[in-house]
Design a protein. Sequence first.
Lengths: 494, 313
Amino acid sequence: MIDKSLRWLDDRLGVSKGGRTFLDKIFPDHWSFMLGEIALYSFVVLLATGVFLSLYYVPSAHEVIYHGSYAPLRGQRVSEAYASTVGLSFDVKSGLLMRQAHHWAADVFLGSIAVHMARVFFTGAFRKPRELNWIVGITMLILGIANGFLGYSLPDDLVSGTGIRIAYSIIESIPLVGSYLAFFVFGGNYPGNGVIIPRFFVLHVLIVPAVIVGLLAAHLGLLVKQKHTQFPGKGKTERNVVGSPMFPTFMAKTTGFMFMVTAALFLLGGFAQINPIWQFGQYQPYQISYAVQPDWYMGWLDGALRVMPSWEWVGWGHTWPLEVFIPAVLFPGIVFNLFIVWPFLEAKFTKDTAYHHLLDRPRDRPKRTSAGAAVLMLLFMLFCASSTDVLANYFHISLNTVLVTFRFLVVLMPIATFFVTHAICIEMQRAEGVGRRKRAVVVTRSATGEFATYDADVRPGDGHEELEAIPVPTYIDLTPRHLATGPGVRRVMR
Amino acid sequence: MSDDGRTGTGPLPVAALDDPHLAPYAKRPQAVAAVAAVSMAVGIVGVIGFGVSYWVGNQTQWQAATLGVGLLGLGFGVAAWGKYLMPQGPFVEERHASHSTEEERSAMTAAIVERGGMVVKRRKVLGGLFALGSAVFGVVAAFPLIRSLGPKPGRTLFATNWRRGSSVVTVDGRRVRPSDLEVGGVLTVFPGGHEGNSPDQTILIRLEQLAPGQGELVLQSPGRSDWTVQGIVGYSKMCTHLGCPVGLYQEQTTELVCPCHQSVFNVRAGAVPEFGPAPRPLPQLPLAVDADGYLVAAGGYDQAVGPGFWERP
């Protein structure tokens, strides 16, 4: 059956030639390669739950009276968007589970992308020939953040509406074209003429996901075309890839992993409440509540807006809202562009034009590692700064003290991080045997009372057996060849 | 998909069933197989349970628990099968140079530069016309794509609906008397007929209890001595930072705080920003009382409300 259908397909498409190579594609066995998979499977969950939600959500700012099953809201004037979101949470079976799993999947999606990107950065996997895939990945990160914002804005609740208001003012702050852009995006002065919800909806469910799907295909296509990177180790060279084959080993492992990621997201969705919009209420432009924080991936931008001094500049007959433009437009623009050009900057400064398929240990590239750590620290400090009000309230400190402290921390911590990380890298390079398992040291005393130490012998059971890498076999001969431990089996110490 | 691997010419590798590369990773494969089987059985029970929990009610936690356990069981079983019981290798795959030869590169460049350049050089007018046409189309297409999205700002950002004599009403359209506010009380108001309109939102604060004719509130802002009524001041509720409603009022310090980014405005000093990222004071609405004792606006705002923008002088 399989043979017959493959022949049919091969007659028309010639799938067997490349297909066999694809089945033999080698995946290096390392846990850090699963981070991207978490992002991939979160995205699958996002698509599946998102389709479910789109069947019930009504993208309209039209005002209706709420008549659903959530008693405290009954009789209130709310938008159709808000009413339908509460409705799909409470009046559609499994709706709340799907909605919360969708929201959690978005948070996990961006979190895993961030960690995956850090792995790629710190191990130097972005180097030639993979610069393009690095850029594709960053573009997906930007689109993912944007789509997360668009998505959590759709329910039209008090918290997300405030976010839209802020987004409007950020667009408005762009010199020269800001007010025009804001009017075009919102269809008029804020809150516009009711078009923003349908516009966000079509961007969120169609345009941005379509682009992400395209880039995802490119990301994986480039990965197959260029093959995986791998950590250095016995038998691993710049000219090969060592690991398990795509079929069946990796396929089984990754399918299982997909199920487990999905399970985790649905467990979160069912047990960890997220974005309870029925508690926030319908958005009104003149209402607000305390502790308005965006989703975590927007936190660094919110923090940047908070720590920025009030440096509005009026000159040449115009207002330059630099207190908004710098932290909310210029700063993220610089950060993402820095990410994009980093591989080229690094190649230029290190004069490195070689291909790199073997990964770096972060300690061996102290400058890159410290630069990355400093940027991460900057973003983390800004993220923390987005909670100045909550921190002040929780620790009973003056809000002013908290904010002024963060203004210092945002500058000083990244600098300190750079030097501390650099020092740690250098120390670790020099240290003997860091990262290796310790071997027992035997201390002996001679007859004359002299002490001596030496490393203990390898004891039986230490380490494990490892094989020489061989190409994936085509035919499996079922007759035993009596090779209990075949040639190339060796015991290695980890 | 890569097709630069083995293409069937060389001898294909063959392995025997007892080749160590095909041996499972697990020391006791039977035990692992049993664990995987149990895990998958739990998974099957879980997903059936999800169906049951969906059928009998709408309990989010039960749905999540059954679905979670179901998928986790199946996933763990398959992953354990793959990790411990399937051929572990290590197998190796050769990398092949992804780039073309120097001749192929030159040929490609030549095809573009020589062949393409030739046709353009021979028919310069055609090339120019096509470039011009595309450019014109690009500009023209921007109109339906971008220009239709919304109106031009014009003077909209400078205008609110507050006029001299506008009645001061709550969001429900109720007119407001000074006596509606006690000391320390705040109220969000709009000009009559524009209830809920974002740029018009104004916050009234009663700073002192002054009877009519008992003198006026002294604000630390020159030229606005007659803008208050019986100790009540009115400010635009739109933050000058990013336009959030400045909804938090601290009575003891007479400060307005914006919950979005914690800008603090000193109400007694004409709502000047004392702290945080807001760059300008909240514009003040001059207030008066009409013959019936209701609050009215003694004029509109003297400047654009809300955050800064390019056209603001």
